[in-house]
Design a protein around this ligand. Structure first.
Ligand code: NAP
Length: 343
């Protein structure tokens, strides 16, 4: 029996697939083109990995063909969704692909194939409220929902992403309720995901949105002001593990939102860690004191103890995650410089 993973070229999906292959699963990844499929097959280099082309998740019936033709897909992992906070047309670039893409997945599963477990990569964007009415003392748990409306989502790329993830996830739980007896439905809701790419970086100008957050700190000059940012963090390898746990224990995890987050993070702390481990990098020092002050004011009251007790594994520390991320970026820079010198 096989696992299908949509958006196989993505930062998170590549780690999920790598982990699934490591654990002996057959994996079918959907990609937007033949060229991307061939490239990925080269990276995974496994006879257990195959790909199917789904050029746009928005197209009506986008996933019908793959499920109609491949009857051995028992688990369907839907990760494909745009992550871009700088978009101009929020409806077209974020809301429609997230929501219609998810509906197309669910419709195909309902109509064809033998899928038993549906795992959808949602986000803490669907959990913590960004409607403007958030109670700062509210404990944010696996059962909390963002109260944002679609109209509010249209105001900016950031809010558009929150609304896209919220309304896409609502479709998933509507489906789960309707098909309680037929499917195991699980969502994975990570916060900002850092950590190394699954394979060495070929193009530093094309990093995914959350990896670019770390790269932006690395691009600062020592005289620059560190941009203010407060969030929680989770490492991509823990996100992959959570998806694979859902594949392995569908009955036990059925109906849960695995909310993945650990340490509080600021750009000050990222800069501080980079300086500690890579002293030759010429970026602002980063201050632990400023980090703590910013976190005190900006952090929210997260509680994902339910997820942690279900997953039973320690999350990778921010320090290890940043070090691995930065090392990989520096290796890619060195490699690019060597190529340029040769030319
Ligand atoms: P990513 O690297 O940008 O990957 C996104 C994937 O979705 C890519 O495979 C992309 O294909 C595909 N995709 C986007 N729009 C599509 C469309 N219209 N039709 C077909 N495929 C489309 O992002 P990621 O960080 O891995 O995120 C994956 C999932 O995790 C998303 O659902 C995201 O919302 C969620 N998530 C991410 C984070 C984070 O911090 N990274 C946090 C919470 C949740 P191409 O490669 O061909 O463009």
């Amino acid at each position: 029996m096989a696992v299908l993973v949509t958006g196989a070229t993505g930062f998170i999906a590549q780690h999920v697939i790598k982990e699934l292959l490591k654990q002996g699963y057959d994996v079918i990844g959907t990609v937007r083109s033949e060229a991307k499929g061939k490239y990925l097959s080269g990276l995974f280099d496994s006879t257990r990995f195959t790909y199917a082309v789904v050029s746009d998740v928005v197209a009506k019936g986008a996933f019908d063909e793959v499920l109609e033709s491949q009857k051995d897909i028992e688990t369907f992992i839907h990760t494909a969704s745009p992550v871009d906070f700088q978009v101009k047309d929020v409806q077209k670039a974020l809301l429609t692909p997230a929501i219609e893409g998810t509906k197309n997945v669910l419709n195909a599963i309902e109509k064809y194939g033998n899928v038993k477990t549906v795992i959808v990569t949602s986000s803490t964007a669907a959990v913590r409220d960004s409607s403007g009415n958030r109670d700062p003392d509210e404990r944010i748990t696996e059962s909390t929902w963002n109260k944002i409306t679609l109209e509010q989502g249209l105001a900016s790329g950031r809010l558009g992403y929150d609304a896209a993830k919220t309304f896409a996830e609502k479709e998933v739980w509507r489906f789960a309720e309707k098909h309680e007896q037929n499917f195991n439905v699980i969502t994975v809701n990570p916060t900002f995901v850092f950590g190394p790419q699954a394979f060495e970086i070929k193009d530093l100008n094309n990093l995914n949105e959350s990896a670019e957050m770390v790269n932006r700190v690395l691009k600062l000059k020592s005289t620059d002001t560190i941009p203010h940012h407060v969030s929680r963090f989770i490492d991509v390898r823990d996100v992959a593990k959570a998806h694979v746990e859902a594949v392995k224990r569908p009955n036990e995890l059925k109906g849960t939102r695995l909310m993945l987050l650990s340490y509080g993070c600021t750009n000050e702390l990222i800069a501080y860690i980079i300086n500690q481990h890579f002293p030759s990098v010429d970026i602002p020092k980063g201050s632990m004191q400023t980090h703590e002050q910013q976190l005190k004011v900006g952090d929210m009251k997260w509680d994902n103890s339910k997820t942690k007790s279900l997953l039973k594994h320690e999350f990778i520390s921010l320090e290890d995650s940043i070090v691995d991320t930065v090392q990989q970026i520096l290796d890619a820079k060195e490699c690019n410089c060597a190529v340029k010198k040769k030319l």
